[in-house]
Design a protein around this ligand. Structure first.
Ligand code: FAD
Length: 398
């Protein structure tokens, strides 16, 4: 478990570090980076805007990209205990009929594990070896000169300032730290104009099955994690005011029979249970660093959930950055951040592009387009659909 620790205490501990590092955001990328640096004997300052009791979030399917990083952190067993294998992936069409079932496990076996885990369980696994974090803390301003970067914090103890050799913004898709270093026209976005309610429901016997229902004007995805099933119901954002219960009821009327899992899930989620609506868009920064301040994870390139690869890329990028910072001296920070961007950015943007393409396929409103899509989905082998991801797996950074 992470140990909530004041910013001042963390600053004291980091004072003598060879490279003074500030990590903003204790999410998937930020925590991975901090834990890898700590394993090297460093004491990065880790701050997080949310409190320790923030909701544990949504379900994640994790590509084998994460395996070597979790192994490096000594967390392979912990990860496996907290997750389930996702060996099968099934698509149903707009009428509820089976389009195709794919053997995901077999397809990805050569590269490692493909597993389902809740964000909360992943965060708990990453926190296994402990470490400090200052909650309710963020950065309000950054000032750089040739020798250091000074951060002004907003923290429970006031608004202290502190100097660092490098600041890494790992504060996610809506990164406000990114806004401190990049102009508005340096951050692009792809907006699907759709959004999705995420809800939890009980597990079923198919604990290794991810199943999706691809409709015209709606999409339902169900993904197993340990002891639960995560569900996302996506619609154009203009439909959000109707509410999840009404949308689920309408889907049931349109598709009365869609297999035992979908029938049960669509009935369950109409009961007013807690649901969070995620707008589905992404961001892409034109540059990943300015001087001594770098971006990692969704802050650099945010992800739609459609290819199930954003968290995997965030972990991979955090580990690649940690490796570069390992031997970095304060005078080389800017060039090390550039080198990281040069090697990692093409991989991240290829995965992001794949997510955008899948969004165009999954989030479809026109009947003619969905008929075409359903027909194509029957004949396109999964190996072809996820070719860009397989390429990333074949060509992993060492
Ligand atoms: C519904 C949904 C489903 C998804 N499914 C998958 C999937 O199946 N597989 C997959 O690989 N990816 C998936 N993703 C994408 C994945 O979750 C993200 O790509 C990943 O979380 C990015 O990690 P990150 O560390 O960059 O950002 P985050 O995990 O979002 O972490 C950012 C952290 O920074 C904190 N923070 C924010 N602002 C500040 C601030 N100003 N100061 C300090 N702290 C701050 C936040 O509280 C948070 O803890 C999904 C995303 C969503 C929304």
């Amino acid at each position: 478990m992470l140990e909530p620790t004041s910013l001042q205490e963390q600053l004291e501990a980091a004072r003598e570090d060879r490279l003074r590092v500030l990590v903003v955001g204790a999410g998937i990328a930020g925590l991975t980076l901090a834990q890898l640096l700590r394993r090297d004997g460093r004491r990065p300052v880790l701050i997080e805007r949310a409190g320790p009791d923030a909701p544990s979030g949504y379900m994640l399917a994790l590509m084998p990209l994460v395996d070597p990083v979790l192994a490096e952190l000594g967390l392979t067993d912990e990860y496996r205990v907290r997750s389930v294998p996702m060996d099968r992936y099934r698509i149903r069409n707009r009428r509820g009929a089976l389009t195709r079932e794919y053997a995901m496990g077999e397809l990805l076996d050569a590269y490692g594990d493909y597993r389902g885990i809740s964000r909360g369980e992943l965060m708990a696994a990453l926190a296994t070896s402990g470490g400090t974090v200052a909650h309710h803390t963020t950065v309000k301003a950054l000032r750089q000169d040739a020798n250091e970067v000074t951060a002004t914090f907003a923290a429970p103890e006031g608004a202290p300032e502190a100097a660092f050799d490098v600041v890494i913004a790992a504060d996610g898709l809506h990164s406000s730290t990114r806004d401190l270093i990049l102009a508005e026209d340096q951050v692009g976005a792809y907006d699907s104009d759709w959004g999705g309610w995420v809800v939890w429901t009980e597990a079923d016997d198919d604990t290794d099955l991810g199943e999706e229902l691809w409709g015209a004007g709606w999409f339902v995805g169900t993904y197993p994690v340990k002891d639960r099933l995560g569900v996302i119901v996506c619609v154009p954002r203009s439909e959000e005011p109707r509410g999840l219960a009404a949308v689920a009821a309408a889907i049931r009327r349109e598709v009365p029979r869609a297999g035992s899992r979908m029938d049960r899930v669509l009935a369950d989620i109409g009961d007013g249970r807690e649901a969070y609506f995620w707008p589905l868009f992404d961001h892409r920064s034109t540059t990943w660093s300015t001087g001594r301040v770098g971006l990692v994870g969704d802050a650099a390139a945010g992800f739609l959930p459609t290819a199930g690869i954003g968290a995997g890329m965030a972990i991979e990028s955090a580990a690649a950055l940690a490796r570069r910072l390992r031997d970095c001296t304060p005078d080389r920070v800017a060039s090390v951040l550039h080198a990281h961007e040069r090697s990692q950015r093409p991989r991240v943007e290829a995965a992001q592009q794949n997510s955008r393409q899948l969004a165009r396929l999954m989030f479809n409103t026109g009947r003619a387009a969905t008929v075409l899509r359903d027909t194509a989905a029957r004949f396109v082998p999964l190996s072809a659909a996820i070719k860009p991801i397989r390429r990333l797996l074949e060509d992993r950074p060492t």
